[in-house]
Design a protein around this ligand. Structure first.
Ligand SMILES: [Zn+2]
Length: 256
């Protein structure tokens, strides 16, 4: 009898140990460990995100998933990108974990200026099509006219980041970044044909040019973060199309 009880107790103990292992919390995946470029089959409907995936990544992810702009529909994108001044390449849908992904991504390869010259955007940023259209217009209508003078001609707009499955400022505890849904792009510099470079975050830039670039960016995008904003944007300008209540915008770019 005693022997039987001892066996029972040992079994119960093992069971308890097994239970403790299976109920231990799973650490959230690091953004870098996710696979932002895992493609989904175009023909297959995109499966809804599993709640446990979203919760293990960030508590707020489910609501973000539900509020992805309708602009991602293919038809809307085609209309937005029909502008001949935008040179874009369509990409396969991106379905990432934890709310990351873009339904109809494009990369903005170049922008054709009013006099037909072509300005490269490099590395070609992958983003939502509405952001590509907005960025293209900013380059064509503001960046080029504001910086091309004394015969200087823009060759390239240099980007620092675009689609990126990560949290804000790469901080583990932060909210999901606008970059993670293709709604944000970072610009670092403008390169001219003569080899000169204008670094956008350089506080020694001509104040009139810098102010023109800033004011137009803040009118076109819902978030503009540059030097002096939060310490994470001292060498580039972050632009995004975050949707906030009452159309609230953030424009933080200290020029000098
Ligand atoms: Zn950014």
């Amino acid at each position: 009898m005693i022997r039987a009880m001892a066996i029972f107790a040992a079994a119960a103990f093992q069971g308890g140990a097994a239970l403790a292992e299976t109920t231990a919390p799973t650490p959230p995946p690091r953004p870098g460990a996710l696979s932002p470029f895992s493609h989904v089959d175009r023909k297959a409907p995109e499966p809804p995100p599993r709640p446990d995936d979203l919760l293990s990544y960030a508590p707020e992810a489910p609501s973000r998933e539900q509020t992805l702009p309708k602009i991602e529909a293919d038809a809307s994108c085609r209309a937005l990108l029909a502008d001949a001044s935008l040179v874009t390449e369509t990409r396969e849908p991106i379905s990432g974990a934890g709310g990351c992904g873009i339904a109809a991504p494009v990369s903005l390869v170049a922008v054709v200026l009013k006099d037909k010259r072509r300005v490269e955007v490099a590395p070609a940023p992958v983003m939502r099509c509405d952001l590509a259209a907005r960025l293209g217009a900013y380059i064509r209508e503001t960046v080029a006219p504001a910086t091309e003078f004394y015969g200087r001609q823009i060759k390239r707009v240099v980007t620092a980041d675009a689609y990126d499955c990560r949290n804000r400022n790469r901080q583990a505890e932060a909210k999901l970044s606008e970059h993670a849904t293709g709604g944000a792009v970072d610009l670092s510099a403008i390169e001219f044909v003569d080899g000169k470079v204008l670094r956008l975050a350089d506080k020694t830039n001509d104040p009139a040019i810098a102010n023109s670039l800033k004011q137009s960016a803040c009118a076109r995008f819902s978030t503009v973060l540059g030097p002096g904003s939060d310490g994470y944007h001292e060498d580039h300008i972050h632009l995004d199309l975050a949707q906030r209540r009452n159309g609230y915008k953030i424009c933080q770019w200290v020029l000098r």
